[in-house]
Design a binder for this molecule. Structure first.
Ligand code: SF4
Length: 248
């Protein structure tokens, strides 16, 4: 595998071996003119997103609907949660119904058996270990069933105003790669690249801004580069005749 060797102003130089730095073993990759702070600055001027696109009243609501949002759209979850919130308000409420009843209530969000299991298991843990409250640390949250760093980052930012991670969903993954903010392909590596490049106080905001742009302009199926604020510097810009970096 090629190793990153050194950086110049405009290029990153890669080579295949530390011992044999031959011209044929080195290749140049054009650095993106865009940085996370520039992306933040430009997107802040366009969008004022909420801390989460999911509807919620309490941290428990947000924990439940964030679990429901896995492999489901926020729009669908927001429909389901309207009825859910009328019926369930506390961890005890989720434990008082049968597993089958809860599965029926969340059925349209998909993978409902796993999600119902996670919800009842984590509600039992909230009662046993956290006094019925949603914990406020990354460590405690990711110890709950069905909660990974993505879910925990959303809850910490939206419910408690804490920037402890960057939730990498499908929009963030696609935009970060298209804009050249990362070359990584897996969520945890993309999150690390974005965290290193972004001021901590903007971690949560970067997530919601990239989602906003990913929904409005740079969609999965359609790069609308002619309408995009990054059209002249984005390394995936169709205006510049570039290929889609999210696809390689
Ligand atoms: S220029 Fe095109 S590919 Fe780049 S962010 Fe904008 S819409 Fe997406």
């Amino acid at each position: 595998m090629a190793k990153k060797e050194l950086r110049s102003e405009n290029f990153v130089v890669y080579r295949t071996s530390r011992k044999t730095m031959l011209p044929s073993s080195a290749f140049l990759v054009k650095k993106s003119a865009l940085t996370a702070p520039i992306v933040l600055q430009k997107l802040k001027a366009i969008y004022t997103p909420p801390r989460t696109f999911l509807t919620w009243r309490t941290p428990l609501d947000l924990l439940i609907v964030t679990i429901l949002s896995a492999q489901c759209t926020d729009a669908r979850v927001n429909i389901v949660s309207k009825a859910l919130y009328r019926k369930y308000k506390t961890p005890q409420d989720y434990l008082q119904v049968s597993r089958i009843e809860l599965e029926q209530d969340i059925h349209s969000c998909g993978t409902y058996r796993n999600k119902a299991k996670f919800i009842q298991e984590l509600c039992a843990i909230l009662l046993e270990k956290h006094g019925g409250k949603v914990p406020q640390t990354m460590e405690e949250l990711i110890a709950l069933p069905g909660v990974g760093r993505k879910t925990a980052s959303i809850i910490l930012y939206a419910a408690f105003g804490k920037n402890e991670g960057i939730a990498v969903d499908t929009h963030v993954l696609r935009l970060a790669r298209r804009l050249g903010l990362t070359r990584a392909k897996v969520q945890h590596k993309i999150e690390l690249d974005l965290m290193r490049a972004t001021p901590k106080e903007d971690w949560g905001l970067l997530n919601t801004l990239l989602i906003s742009h990913g929904r409005a302009v740079c969609t999965a199926r359609n790069r609308q580069c002619g309408k995009c604020v990054f059209q002249k510097e984005c390394p995936s810009s169709l205006v510049l005749g570039k290929r889609d970096l999210a696809k390689n």
